[in-house]
Design a protein around this ligand. Structure first.
Ligand SMILES: [Zn+2]
Ligand SMILES: [Zn+2]
Length: 244
C-alpha cells in the first residue's frame, strides 16, 4: 500500500465518503450528519411561516385555517415540519411500512429543530399510541420511536404507557372527517397506573405523531390527556396536509 492509498483509507475513516443519502441513495460530498444529502434536504417541503396559529399548517397569512375555524381542537397548539407532498409521503411510507426505522434519525433531527423555533415549554413527551394488535403487526410504533428521540434531544421525560389506544380503529386515511371522529370516539384512555400515579396532573404535554391530517387523532388524544388532569397539550407531527 503506497502512502497515498494509506492516506486515503485514513481519510475514509475520518471523513467517510461512502455514506449514501437515505433519500436519493447517492454518495454525496455534502452529507448532513443525519443521513440526508444537502440536495435532497433542500428539496423537502419545509413548512415556513405564516402558519395556522392553531394547527401549524402553512397559510397565506397568519390566521386560523378553515379546519381550525370549524372545529374546536382540544390541543393548545400544533406544529408540523413538512407539507405532505409525494416525497414526504414516500419517506413516511418507507419508515412505517418497510421497516426502515433508521429514517427516524433525520426525522427526529428535523422535529427537534422545529421545536427549537417555537420554544414551547413542556413537562412530558407522549406519543400517539397504536393499538397493541396494530403495533404487533407493524413491529413498532412509529410515533413512539420519534417521541423517544425527541425525549433524548430535549431531555424531557417520555411517558409512553400512560395514554393507551383501546380501539383498533380502521385506517384513518380514507375516511371523511366525520367518519374519523366517530371512528376515534373512545379510542384512547389513560392507563389505570397513570391515573393512580396522577402522571399527567398539572402537566404540559408534547404529543408526538408522524402525520397530522384533520387533527382528529391529536384532538382525541389531547381531550383524554386533559381529562386525565393535563394542563395543556402541544402537538408536533412530521408532516401535515395543506389543502383543507
Ligand atoms: Zn440525497
Ligand atoms: Zn389549523
Amino acid at each position: 500500500m503506497d502512502l497515498q492509498t494509506l492516506w486515503q483509507s485514513f481519510l475514509d475513516i475520518v471523513y467517510p465518503t461512502d455514506i449514501r443519502c437515505l433519500i436519493c441513495n447517492a454518495k454525496r460530498e455534502e452529507m448532513s450528519g443525519y443521513g440526508i444529502c444537502k440536495i435532497c434536504e433542500s428539496h423537502l417541503p419545509f413548512i415556513e411561516p405564516p402558519v395556522c396559529t392553531k394547527c401549524g399548517k402553512m397559510m397565506i397569512e397568519e390566521s386560523l385555517c378553515l379546519d381550525c375555524q370549524q372545529s374546536d381542537h382540544a390541543f393548545y397548539r400544533g406544529i408540523s415540519i413538512f407539507e405532505f407532498n409525494a416525497e414526504v409521503r414516500r419517506l413516511i411510507h418507507r419508515y412505517k411500512y418497510k421497516q426502515e426505522k433508521y429514517l427516524s434519525t433525520p426525522m427526529i433531527h428535523w422535529m427537534s429543530e422545529g421545536l427549537k423555533v417555537y420554544k414551547w415549554e413542556f413537562d412530558l413527551i407522549v406519543p400517539v399510541p397504536l393499538h397493541p394488535i396494530r403495533e404487533r403487526k407493524r413491529g413498532f410504533n412509529q410515533a413512539d420511536l420519534l417521541a423517544r428521540g425527541l425525549s433524548k434531544s430535549t431531555g424531557v421525560p417520555l411517558v409512553n404507557q400512560g395514554l393507551l389506544r383501546i380501539k383498533n380503529t380502521p385506517q384513518q386515511a380514507k375516511l371523511s372527517k366525520e367518519q374519523r371522529q366517530r371512528n376515534l370516539r373512545d379510542a384512547f384512555i389513560i392507563s389505570e397506573r397513570a391515573k393512580s400515579l396522577k402522571t399527567f396532573h398539572n402537566k404540559t404535554i408534547l404529543l408526538v405523531d408522524d402525520v397530522y391530517t384533520t387533527g382528529s387523532t391529536a384532538n382525541q388524544c389531547a381531550s383524554e390527556l386533559l381529562a386525565g388532569g393535563a394542563d395543556r397539550v402541544y402537538v408536533i407531527t412530521l408532516a401535515t396536509g395543506s389543502n383543507f
